[in-house]
Design a protein around this ligand. Structure first.
Ligand SMILES: Cc1cc2nc3c(=O)[nH]c(=O)nc-3n(C[C@H](O)[C@H](O)[C@H](O)COP(=O)(O)O)c2cc1C
Length: 186
């Protein structure tokens, strides 16, 4: 099983990175042979989709922009599981994650490029509740995207990063138990 873990937080060791690494630790416990590749969007040069439709021409089917997405496209084609991990910014995913997702338009999804891949959504937010934080809007967006492309959107996990100041996410027992539970059903 090939897992591509995409981190949309600007913080490499922040809250979202913490829950992503907890999730990956559980996933590897379940699938010891899994190959995991991490992508930290903040460190990459990924431009916004230009909507030029070059990728939709019959003889091209690739993105015209030559940047760090060029190396990521084959990894997406290869992956069995895509993990999108993003904090909530202004009731939405981060701009890093949105820019990355826009560029997935270059994939030949009508021919099934994303079909049957598992999509996992992990998020952290400052609001006390999942539904009021904006996490639910991102969930709806990713679920719609999965439906459109044929991906299986079977897992989502979100947690408030402000509820445990003395008890960081990395050692919060409820967080660990919740992540373990969802990773087991991957
Ligand atoms: C620009 C910005 C916008 C934010 N907007 C929201 C929001 O709409 N809803 C929310 O619950 N938290 C919001 N937050 C809080 C972050 O989602 C939260 O602190 C998150 O855990 C940060 O994750 P990180 O450590 O991976 O960066 C915002 C934070 C920033 C910096």
């Amino acid at each position: 099983m090939k897992i591509l873990a995409v981190l949309g937080s600007p913080h490499k060791d922040g809250n979202t990175a913490t829950i992503l690494s907890l999730y990956l630790a559980e996933a590897i416990r379940k699938y010891p042979d899994a190959e995991i590749e991490n992508i930290f969007l903040q460190s990459l040069n990924i431009k916004g989709c230009q909507a030029c439709f070059y990728c939709k021409k019959a003889d091209t089917k690739t993105c015209i922009i030559n940047d760090d997405m060029t190396e990521i496209y084959p990894k997406i084609y290869d992956a069995d599981v895509l993990i999108f991990a993003t904090p909530i910014y202004w009731w939405n995913m981060t701009s890093q994650m949105k820019t990355f997702i826009d560029r997935l338009y270059a994939l030949d999804f009508r021919a099934g490029a994303l079909k049957d891949k598992k999509l996992v959504y992990l998020t952290t937010y400052g609001a006390p509740e999942y539904n009021s934080s904006g996490a639910y809007f991102v969930e709806q967006s990713l679920a719609s995207m999965a439906k459109f492309t044929g991906m299986k959107f079977n897992q989502r996990y979100g947690v408030c990063s402000d509820v445990t100041p003395e008890n960081p996410l990395s050692s919060n027992e409820k967080v660990l138990a919740d992540i373990k539970e969802i990773a087991l059903t991957l």
